[in-house]
Design a protein around this ligand. Sequence first.
Ligand code: SF4
Ligand code: MSK
Length: 665
Amino acid sequence: MADKNIKSANEAAEKIVEWSVSHNLETCFDRAEKLKPCPIGETGACCRVCHMGPCRLVGSNAEEEARGVCGAHLPTVAARNLVRMIAAGTAAHSDHARGMVQTLLAVANGEAEDFKITDVKKLYRVAGYLDIEFEGRDIKDVARDVATTFLNDFGRQEKGFINYLSRAPKKTQERWEKWGIKPRSIDREVVEAMHRTAVGVDHEADHLLTHGLRTALADGWGGCMISTDITDILFGTPKPIKAEASFGIFKEDEVNLIVHGHEPLLAEMLVAVVNDDDIVEYAKSKGAKGVNIGGMCCTANETLMRHGIPTAGGFTNQELGIMTGLVDAISVDVQCIMPAITELSTKFHTQVITTSEKAKIPGAVHVEFDEHKAKEIAKKIIKMAIDNFPNRKAEGSHVTDKYPLIGGFSHEYIEYMQGGSWRGSFRPLNDAIMAGRVRGVVGLAGCDNPRVPSTGIHKFLATELIKNDVLIVSTGCGSAACGTAGYLTPEMALENAGPGLREVCEAIGIPPILHLGACVDNSRILTIASAMAAEGGLSDEIGGMPAVGIAPEWMSEKAIAIGCYFAASGVPVIFGGESPVGSSKEVTRIMTEVWMERFMGALHFEPDPEKILEMALKYIDDARDGLKLKKYEPGKFGAERVLMSMADRRQLDKHAAKPHTGVGG
Ligand code: SF4
Ligand code: MSK
């Protein structure tokens, strides 16, 4: 594990942190040290939902004896706090998704002329999921029907449930039905979560948490999945693509513009116009060779997955990026943007530009994005960055480290990799798991966090898991942590993966850590798990698979929503750090034992990285036992079908009669 005395486990980041200390510049790492978490709030024992409080439910026997002024006891307070986190996380992902749906509708209605439907095959696949006729119809009509169907998933008032629940395995759906957690519509579950947790409404911990899971499912199988699919329709379904990561992506002789946040709409347009003649000429007129776009956090993941735009890293790298002195402008949209960047940018020349109607930061210039004038606004922002290039000063921590990476692993491509256009399936992966070549699968996701040696737990777990023949699918800042450490290349498999995983990776031609995209693309993991269940040979539902979710450095409420939708879908999930409900034994018991019994998933919090690893491997091995699979032994495999190599696949593709649309898959 990383040395506890360092701030970041990423060498390049740590160099900049050291530079910041020597130059008296403050970062989140300094503030995290100065500002220790309040132990009462940290463990969920503080209630502030009414003004008779805030009430702190503490004491040696708080679970039984402590009461708020209204008489609320600790499990109620802790459960309410968790449900409010789920609601906030769901709202964030889903509001992002709503923007994507509205843009698709605007494109279908001819009102957003700068955007188009890039992936018609994906549009048809989605139409198939929604039972919308597409054969022989105008593409825009199909897109309009898709968009209006999804809009109903946000605000449905009449009977019915979120459409995409039907993509889950039957048995998983039956569990949701049995326990009453099928979400009706996204906005409704979020509103009801806020209602139930208001003063004097729902007071039973289990009842509260059950609605928390319903809200979380509205996030996973609603907001996140809708966002992923519409982004693919508008901008293309990702396929493997080369990119680079870390601070060395900034160029001395070009204008550097960072795109930061989560929503891909503006970022896509910036990428589309950045090499237009007028932009290049304008950059040259200011003494730069051109304009270099780099990413940060999940806007980075979106543009990396589809265009190979390099990433400067995840959440804790945002202030450090500015400190390179090479960033001429940083265009931010929503979520995970530290307000500290505007104050810091005054010490450099960086221009911070806010672009969402929902988000302003004191000290930033606001240029509001509007999808109806996307190109015009994108050019305006790029020109602001160019205008700032001559103001670049000499000072800055000019770290040049960077690593190659491969991203772009959509679930469609993972399926394609295992058999080509004609025979794409999850059979080879299921077979490899059954034979013990691949011990199991871990989703390594979530934020990086300045309260631990940042990115260090991601790196530790990534290294140990692949050594133990566990295939990793990663998203969000988990991917950024791996990418900036040089862990996202196929060569990595040869050097560090266990013998079984290595063989599988070599045969299929994949890295042992698959970068699946942004935070909303955790929905791709739900789709993969459903496809593996449908393929047969493992579990016939998501629960019971040798699969675990881990968010070792989480900080955002969005991560809690994600953890809960995985738990409700049947995946045991382990989060790092202190439990935000650790004060209540009852709430902890419900999230682990009761959820495991009902849904075959759970949400644990475990601060010790070694124990996270141990728990994850135990869950995987127990699931293997439960499925009566061959006991995992490193280097000893059971019989399985021969994996299809890249060469075999190309051969097959040549003979493929027609493209695979995967509709209804
Ligand atoms: Fe205190 Fe009850 Fe008000 Fe919460 S709802 S702040 S426990 S009085
Ligand atoms: S950006 S939610 S810090 S993963 Fe999606 Fe990263 Fe966490 Fe934000």
